[in-house]
Design a protein around this ligand. Structure first.
Ligand code: ADP
Ligand code: MG
Length: 453
């Protein structure tokens, strides 16, 4: 149950120790289904379980999502079938029967911010060219919430710092004004709350929670896409209750607003009515700096050349870098105590490094690109000259040059026996276009992540 233990550690760092002792320490993890991202938590006392879910549910959800790297569904279940009463013992050994919720002491006030992780701050974030726009925008929002950039829509691939920046805004706002009411939830939370409101007919409670805040942050709004009209309406409603009144909203998403499929057009227009910023995969120097910063936070001495070695080999996202560093630190602790070297990193990270370069082939790239642009694989080899086919074909050639060791003639060969100059032309064309075409850039980032994960 390593995963749950990590969650507990972060919870302990997030909520007051009193609340932790009284409430969280009684929670048990019954199962963690990594495949389907389902976590089942249990508690001996049914009413305590309710209280925990009500008061700490969104904090737990944020931590669990953060660690899992995606939206997890959490189910709270009572350990006993008898949900009317359970016995707990006082210090003097006297049994005490909890019969009603009222018998339980109320949890302490957790301050006015809900769902924020205190460790995700601007100070712990490394700024670089790939995120400088998002960094500047979030800093600005944290100083002047509800003014210019409202809503702020942060988008980009997984593990690139969207959630981190969003929480950083909240933590900074709280520092500037400890009384401000911030609600930070995952889209999943938002949906769960709504489902509860429908089931228990408690719309007032739902509205109260989402409308009476100074700032509302909703992570991963792409999960609200699809046949979820009622929920999308609710989000629209919250928007209308907050933004016109100078309350800040931040959304994050894995793609830019216009490309969210099956999302209410009114919402899309609201998403884009403030400022949209992209976070891109960090470049080499930033990756190395992130590693240094995380190592420092862990009091781990990471020489520059080792940081660069890792950064050169792991390119797709920051979460992956963090995992590599964790592994290197563990390896160093258990296997050797000498200085940290490139050799040691190579050994410690062997399996990760192999997986990340797991032979990307021309064929795989052709397959992924064809699927992404919804053209047939055969069009990668065909001579058809429709623009809707030529551009994806050129992008595929470009990616083959960037991501595989194949030579230009080799690549040409496998694109229907084309000449190497055709490949060269495609590579140059895409390289040039990337300098000005942000839409193209975005698509290539997405493709790179799809290929690397
Ligand atoms: P996303 O929400 O975009 O999927 P996260 O914000 O969860 O990504 O980031 C993944 C992990 O990487 C987090 O632990 C976060 O703290 C860390 N991280 C991402 N970008 C940076 C950065 N520029 N500097 C420091 N840490 C970062
Ligand atoms: Mg995230």
């Amino acid at each position: 149950m390593e995963f749950w233990n990590l969650c507990l550690k972060m919870l302990a760092a997030t909520i007051t120790s009193d609340n932790y002792e009284r409430w969280i320490s009684g929670l048990n993890c019954q199962s963690w289904d990594k495949e389907n991202q389902v976590l089942v938590l249990t508690h001996a006392n049914f009413y305590a379980l309710n209280t925990i879910e009500k008061n700490f549910g969104s904090t737990i959800q944020a931590i669990v999502n953060g660690l899992a790297g995606q939206s997890v569904s959490i189910s709270y279940q009572a350990e006993t079938n008898d949900d009317t009463a359970t016995t707990e013992f006082d210090e003097d050994g006297q049994g005490k029967l909890f019969k009603k919720e009222n018998d339980l002491p109320p949890p302490q006030e957790e301050g006015k911010a809900v769902g924020l992780l205190p460790s995700l701050t601007f100070e712990s974030f490394v700024e670089g060219p790939s995120n400088s726009l998002a960094f500047a925008a979030t800093r600005r929002v944290s100083e002047y919430p509800g003014t210019n950039y409202n809503p702020l829509f942060i988008y980009g691939g997984v593990g690139l710092g969207k959630t981190h920046l969003m929480h950083a805004v909240g933590n900074q706002m709280l520092k500037n004004n400890p009384n401000c009411r911030i609600l930070c939830v995952s889209a999943q939370n938002f949906m769960n709350d709504f489902t509860t409101a429908v089931r228990e007919n408690t719309y007032d409670q739902f509205n109260n929670k989402y409308h009476n805040v100074d700032a509302l942050f909703i992570d991963d709004v792409q999960y609200l896409c699809g046949d979820k009209r009622q929920i999308q309406n609710k989000l629209f409603e919250a928007f209308e209750k907050l933004v016109p009144y100078g309350k800040q909203i931040i959304f994050t998403s894995d793609t830019y607003a216009r490309s969210l499929k099956a999302m209410d057009e009114r919402l899309i227009s609201r998403f884009t009515s403030g400022l949209s910023v992209e976070v891109e995969p960090p470049e080499l120097e930033t990756r190395a700096m992130i590693l240094q910063k995380k190592a420092m936070a862990n009091h781990f001495d990471l020489p520059d050349e080792v940081a660069f070695f890792i950064a050169k080999n792991l390119k797709s996202n920051v979460r992956e870098l963090e995992g590599a560093l964790q592994r290197l630190m563990a390896y160093h602790m258990f296997k050797s105590n000498g200085p940290v070297t490139v050799e040691m990193a190579r050994e410690a990270l062997q399996s990760i490094l192999v997986a990340s370069t797991a032979q990307l082939t021309v064929e795989r790239i052709q397959g992924v690109v064809a699927e992404y642009f919804k053209i047939s694989l055969a069009d990668m080899y065909s001579k058809r000259r429709l623009k809707s086919i030529v551009v994806p074909r050129q992008i595929a050639m470009y990616l083959c040059k960037e991501l595989t060791k194949s030579s230009l003639p080799d690549i040409g060969d496998r694109f229907g026996k084309r000449d190497h100059t055709t490949v060269l032309h495609a590579v140059q064309k895409i390289t040039d276009a990337r300098k000005t075409d942000s839409d193209l850039n975005y698509k290539i980032h997405v493709l790179e992540q799809m290929l690397k994960n």
